[in-house]
Design a protein around this ligand. Structure first.
Ligand SMILES: *Cc1c(COP(=O)(O)O)cnc(C)c1O
Length: 348
């Protein structure tokens, strides 16, 4: 049988031969002493790419967001965040657990944004009754959705006016940048920088669509990154010869950004291939993530559908709302196999 088409997440990618070579050739040192040349080169590179003074290499995106929350906020502070954002919903409440920082979650609008009026209403006056509102966190892309650039500018301008720090969870910033570049006819790296420059800190994942085995970077001012470095140490994330991983991330920045457009095209191919099946509502994908809702009697067969897909070598997550994510290790044939398997199930 063919290798399974793994559409569960863009985290499942294997390093390419070129990336493995770059890892094997990496010059190494002890990064806790600041001595690892490959880590230092990566940090300098991503900071320069996104227009920040400094960057910090961390093992995971979760730790990167934790470092950001605990560097922007103190005990008794709060951050304003969307209900579905990773740094509220999917990180075990780390800001609260480790930092006594309270989240103030808001509902998303259908396009993934947080309404400006909701943000403004959530900012607390300086009064002993309230936690101190200190930070706004946005995420782009959010569930595969590209936040409109004008919105990002307005929301971050509002936060700045109100004295809030502005953090972007840009785990998939480069997916956003590539999607935005396609929309406005621009250059992906320029769009990445344009989005990033609306924020005081930005976290980027190398192990999602960029295809590195592990690692994220937090970008910010030199002073901010100095604080984040303390949090990283406390959280146990200061690694030694981390240059092996940093070299993979540098390789990904050099070779895997523009190609994200292929992943976006594959997500569209999958959406088009699933159009018109009774019982499926297929959202139009804006980047590399496709959601498909089961409606009516199709919901009674959700379990059977996932089993059928697994039997046909197609892996996805969800139940009534299926999620398919395209990435470096998926090609057009794989997408066609996924379409055929789903159509086979529905005999459509
Ligand atoms: C994946 C992801 C993270 C971090 O995930 P880790 O598994 O901790 O690396 C953070 N934010 C978003 C939006 C993500 O998708």
């Amino acid at each position: 049988m063919n290798k399974p088409v793994d559409l569960r997440s863009d985290t499942v990618t294997q390093p390419t031969p070129g990336m493995r070579e770059a890892m094997a050739a990496a010059r190494l040192g002890d990064d806790v002493f600041g001595d690892d040349p490959s880590v230092n080169a990566l940090q300098d590179k991503i900071a320069a790419m996104l227009g920040f003074e400094a960057a910090l290499f961390v093992p995971t995106g979760t730790q990167s967001n934790l470092c950001a929350i605990l560097s922007h906020c103190q005990r008794g502070d709060e951050y304003i965040v969307g209900q579905m954002q990773h740094c509220y919903r999917w990180e075990g409440g780390g800001g609260a657990v480790f930092g006594s920082v309270q989240p103030q979650p808001l509902d998303h609008q259908p396009d993934g944004t947080l309404a400006l009026a909701d943000i403004e209403a959530a900012i607390k006056p300086d009064d002993p009754h309230f936690a101190r509102s200190r930070m706004l966190a946005l995420e782009n892309t959010l569930g595969g959705k590209l936040l409109p650039m004008a919105y990002v500018e307005q929301a971050t301008a509002l936060a700045k006016t109100k004295g809030l720090g502005r953090h972007l969870d840009g785990a998939r910033l480069f997916n956003a940048a590539v999607a935005q570049a396609a929309k406005v006819g621009g250059d992906a790296l320029a769009e990445a920088r344009r989005i990033a420059q609306c924020f005081d800190s930005v976290s980027v994942c190398f192990s999602k669509g960029l295809g590195a085995p592990a690692g994220s970077a937090l970008c910010g001012s030199r002073e901010f990154i100095g604080r984040a470095r303390r949090v990283r140490k406390m959280a146990g994330g200061a690694m030694r010869q981390a240059g092996f991983l940093a070299a993979a991330a540098t390789y990904a920045l050099d070779h895997h950004v523009e190609r994200l457009a292929q992943d976006h095209a594959l997500a569209r191919q999958l959406a088009e291939g699933l159009a018109g099946i009774d019982g499926l509502v297929v959202e139009a994908p804006q980047s590399n993530i496709l959601f498909v809702d089961l409606t009516g009697s199709a919901r009674d067969h959700a379990d059977a559908l996932l089993k059928h897909l697994a039997q046909h070598g197609v892996l996805a997550t969800g139940l009534y709302r299926l999620r398919f994510v395209t990435h470096l290790d998926v090609d057009a044939d794989g997408v066609d196999r996924a379409i055929a398997a789903i159509r086979g199930f529905f005999r459509a």
